[in-house]
Design a protein around this ligand. Structure first.
Ligand SMILES: C[S@@+](CC[C@H](N)C(=O)[O-])C[C@H]1O[C@@H](n2cnc3c(N)ncnc32)[C@H](O)[C@@H]1O
Length: 249
């Protein structure tokens, strides 16, 4: 299977998981999102690959006028329910359906790596006004912590060596030039049960048949129990949020 087919297969796997995603995935630190849009001129902020609206909600809280674009109808439905005042469109990063020069920012939360980067760059440049910002943000479990690393290895028990490396800001090309990156460290308060279930929202899990899913769940549950304690215990999970912002000349 080619890189683009594989990207589409895994990126499309989210179509099934809207409710679990909304419940189990972390949001982003407010200060990280505030930094991402700090230089954005007045105007509409597009949240592309908006999913169930975790980034959308923060952009709204930061008093921006937001349009959300999402290819999965299941995810888009969750988003409409949670944020009925937001304009939600079905579209992709390659083809947003937004007008030329209609946005002051185009943002992606944990979603840029699902877009074919050449087409996504061209589309973001088309939709942005000069002086606008392309903002990309990713959350990671901080695998510098050995307990987190052990759980992460268990999540990838069927594809060892292929650990999470979704951060793909290096794929952004011309006309974007000026680029800044900052990392924000924080702790996510959750329970061991939620940590064990988190893997069920990951594309590499969703794209597998049930017997393989069961094998992954068993490995993760065992690792969580060994390193973080029994089901229901409280966890402060170390996280890193990496934010990139690119200026549209
Ligand atoms: C990991 S989720 C992130 C959702 C949301 N932005 C957040 O911060 O929680 C990735 C999202 O990218 C979407 N996606 C997959 N392929 C895409 C594409 N080609 N263009 C835009 N979004 C895509 C998925 O449907 C999913 O909603």
């Amino acid at each position: 299977m080619g890189v683009e087919d594989e990207r589409r297969r895994l990126g499309g796997a989210f179509a099934e998981g809207g409710a679990a995603y909304a419940r189990l995935r972390p949001s982003y630190p407010r200060e990280a999102v505030a930094w991402m849009i700090a230089e954005v001129p007045p105007g509409v902020v597009a949240d592309v690959g908006a999913g169930t609206g975790k980034l959308t909600r923060l952009l709204v809280d930061l008093e921006r006028d937001v349009v959300a674009v999402e290819p999965s109808t299941d995810m888009a439905m969750q988003l409409r329910e949670g944020l009925p005042a937001v304009d939600v469109r079905v579209g992709s990063g390659e083809s947003t359906g937004l007008d030329d020069a209609s946005a002051a920012a185009v943002c992606y939360g944990q979603a840029w790596h699902w877009v074919e980067p050449g087409q996504g760059t061209t589309e973001a440049a088309r939709v942005l006004r000069p002086g606008g910002v392309l903002g990309l943000v990713w959350n990671y479990m901080d695998t510098g912590d050995s307990r987190v690393d052990a759980v992460n290895q268990a999540m990838h028990v069927l594809d060892p060596g292929v650990l999470d490396k979704s951060e793909s800001a290096g794929d952004v090309g011309a006309p974007f030039g000026h680029h800044e990156n900052r990392e924000f460290r924080w702790a996510w308060s959750m329970t061991t049960s939620d940590l064990a279930e988190l893997v069920t929202t990951r594309s590499y899990y969703l794209a597998r048949p049930e017997p393989e899913r069961a094998e992954i769940r068993a490995a993760v549950t065992a690792a969580v129990e060994q390193h973080f304690g029994p089901a229901g215990a409280n966890v402060e999970l170390p996280q890193v949020t990496s934010v990139h912002r690119f200026l549209r000349p």
